[in-house]
Design a protein around this ligand. Structure first.
Ligand code: MSP
Length: 644
């Protein structure tokens, strides 16, 4: 199967923002997903550069419209690679081949008798670039632009859209997947239950000259929507290009609800007039609001994808957008929600599963994935869950339910984390008789991670690559993997060498908003003092107590210290990263500590213990027999929070 997927072509009167990024990330993710299903995909995006809005913005900037369009179009072209978005074509409506195609199509429809000269009086909204019907007005104003439309009376060319109304209703009803989600199909059908008017497709040059001249009347330019929609054809070489023959029948468009009418009504009727089949599917999503408010220049809350990338990283941004919005409905963006997703879903669930599993393979199996032995029910359950996840994930991805697809992946991540806790590999590792069992557990973790890495490729390409590399799959090999041949259990070859690397996701704190990176705390140079673990403590004053800086510390790595039975070297986030040496090796295995939150004395003078400098002390309880239990928090807290 093949796929031709498109985004709207964005107006060049505004710089790329979160809304544009979302649609384009969806298109990229969907392209990568269908490629992962071994399909042949063509992905197109671009910029819409003619019309009133652009002419006005250029005039305000004091430069000619083409120069202005070049400048803003470049910002879109440069934005997408930074988000790992890889379109096959970036089309501009000022491209000569597009202009030529629009003129050929106009001529064809005109010759057929579906374009005629008429006169029009009506209320014109400059923001919408179209005449509004009385019904659309709210208190006489355009509801989208809150502006009073202007009364205009003029001669213009019209497209006989009304002629195709019955055909369109019939097509929508017979093809339930033509417009999805269903609410948008219903919206279109409800609109079509009233008589459709013909579409005004020209603007007199006296009023606007920044547009494509009508081939049959030099006094007019083409209405921007009639010009823009044609990008979906000109981009693939209509009327006789090889790509056009190959891809038109598999065209799917992605848009937000703001431009439903042009895509669901103007466009299919234009195609019908041209004698072409309509596109295959229209996928319509809702709006991103910012902290519950509409994103707008006037409110000053426009979010730039570049800032988000710098603050949170590309993969976190892509994951967040796809996980947080249910396609079709509105969603709300805030720094707090993206930070919460990163800390819980990415750093905690996925990141910990990944780092614990690899650390254990490294330590207990000398860095190679061991061969599994006899299976126990919980091994079978994990393998079964991971395999059926691939199928459920694919079904949701196919129907644009990205958040559901990701929920499926995360339920396997959580199962695998529980599998570690219940199978206690660190206990198995202590008993030579249990090596077979240990090997089976480690194999199951590696294979589950491979499948998770594979399905995450469309959403988080960089993370997926990192996971594959850690599991010993080289980029050249991984690039050839697909869901059909590789989305099955048992392909990890025992004996493959893993590669320990950095953790997948750092934890973030609140400072990660508005392009503020976490401050790295300076750690002072050390003297040779040692930590006095216990001391004679009598009554202390509140002022003495206040001198203690107690903080929530999250353990991100733990390892034994050479030649010491008692000491572990911990890496903690509090929220900055630091090393702490703790005398808990007799009671805790390093692997079970990663991901735990403990309480740390953060303002102790650094001290060197067995050659490792410690920058803090972890609190623990010691019972009468001298056994230690680490401090913990009843619920997760932000690393670095003050304990008082
Ligand atoms: N130029 C037309 C489209 C012509 S397509 C033949 C246009 N351009 S636009 O720059 O206004 O882009 C609108 C599109 O940007 C939406 O349909 C959607 O894809 C995206 N978004 C813009 N703001 C958005 C949100 N706040 N939320 C989600 N997507 C949004 O219309």
């Amino acid at each position: 199967m093949s796929l031709y997927i498109t985004t709207p072509i964005y107006y060049v009167n505004a710089q790329p923002h979160l809304g544009h990024a979302y649609t384009t990330i969806v298109a990229d993710t969907y392209s990568r997903f269908r490629r992962l299903c071994k399909e042949d995909v063509r992905f197109q995006t671009g910029t819409d550069e003619h019309g009133d809005k652009i002419a006005e913005a250029a005039a305000a900037a004091g430069i000619p419209p083409k120069e202005y369009a070049d400048r803003i179009s470049r910002l879109f072209q440069e934005a997408w690679p930074l988000l790992n978005i890889e379109p096959d074509t970036f089309i501009r409506t000022t491209d000569a081949h597009h202009v030529k195609t629009v003129q050929e199509i106009l001529q064809k429809v005109h010759d057929k008798g579906d374009i005629y000269l008429g006169s029009y009086s009506g209320l014109y909204c400059r923001g919408c670039e179209r005449f509004l019907t009385d019904k659309e007005l709210v208190d006489g104003h355009c509801p989208d632009h809150q502006a009073l439309p202007q009364p205009i009376s003029e001669s213009n060319y019209f497209f006989r859209m009304s002629k195709y109304q019955e055909w369109l209703i019939d097509h929508i009803e017979k093809n339930p997947d033509f417009i999805t989600p269903e609410r948008y199909k219903n919206e279109v059908l409800s609109f079509l239950s009233e008589p459709l008017e013909d579409l005004c497709i020209s603007r007199p040059k006296s009023r606007l000259d920044w547009g494509i001249p009508l081939p049959f009347d030099a006094g007019f330019v083409t209405y921007v929507w009639f010009d823009a929609l044609i990008n979906y054809l000109s981009g693939i070489g209509y009327p006789d290009g090889e790509e056009f023959n190959h891809y038109w029948s598999v065209a799917e468009h992605i848009i937000a609800k703001d431009i439903l009418k042009p895509h669901a009504i103007y466009w299919p009727t234009m195609l019908r007039a041209l004698g072409l089949a309509p596109y295959k599917r229209l996928h319509v999503h809702g709006y991103w609001n910012i902290n519950e408010a509409k994103m707008s220049k006037s409110i000053g809350n426009v979010v730039r994808p570049e800032t988000l990338r710098q603050d949170f990283g590309v993969d976190t941004l892509r994951y967040f957008l796809l996980r947080e919005m249910s396609f079709g409905l509105d969603a709300s963006f805030s720094d707090e929600t993206i930070i919460a997703r990163q800390n819980s879903d990415l750093a905690n669930d996925l990141g910990n599963l990944f780092s614990r599993s690899l650390t254990m393979i490294n330590k207990f199996a000398k860095g190679t994935v061991p061969a599994p032995a006899d299976l126990e029910p919980q091994d079978r359950a994990l393998a079964e869950a991971a395999t059926s996840m691939v199928a459920a994930y694919s079904a949701h991805m196919k129907s644009f339910a990205f958040h559901r697809a990701l929920q499926e992946v995360w339920s396997v991540i959580s199962l695998a984390n529980k599998y570690i806790v219940t199978s206690e590999p660190w206990v198995l590792a202590k008993e030579p008789a249990k090596t077979h069992r240990l090997n089976t557990v480690l194999y199951h973790l590696a294979e589950t991670l491979r499948l998770i890495g594979l399905v995450l490729l469309p959403v988080m390409p960089e993370t997926s690559m990192k996971m594959a590399a850690a599991l010993g799959i080289t980029p050249e090999v991984f690039r050839k993997h697909n869901l059909i041949d590789h989305g099955i259990w048992g392909l990890t070859e025992p004996g493959v060498k893993i590669q320990l690397g950095a953790s997948l996701f750092p934890r973030l704190d609140k400072k990660n908003g508005q392009n503020r990176s976490p401050q790295k705390q300076k750690v002072q140079a050390v003297s040779g003092e040692s930590i006095k673990a216990e001391s004679d403590i009598g009554l202390i004053s509140f002022d003495d107590f206040r001198k203690l800086d107690l903080r929530v510390a999250e353990i991100t790595a733990a390892e034994k210290i050479d030649k010491s039975d008692r000491l572990l070297k911990l890496t903690v986030m509090a929220p900055e990263e630091r090393t702490v040496v703790a005398g808990i090796a007799e009671y805790y295995e390093p692997e079970e500590l990663v991901g735990r939150q403990v309480i740390m004395v953060a303002n102790l003078k650094p001290a060197k213990l067995m050659g490792v400098t410690s920058h803090g002390m972890i609190l623990a309880a010691r019972d009468e027999k001298g056994r230690l239990t680490l401090s913990s928090l009843a619920a997760g807290a932000m690393p670095g929070s003050k304990v008082s």
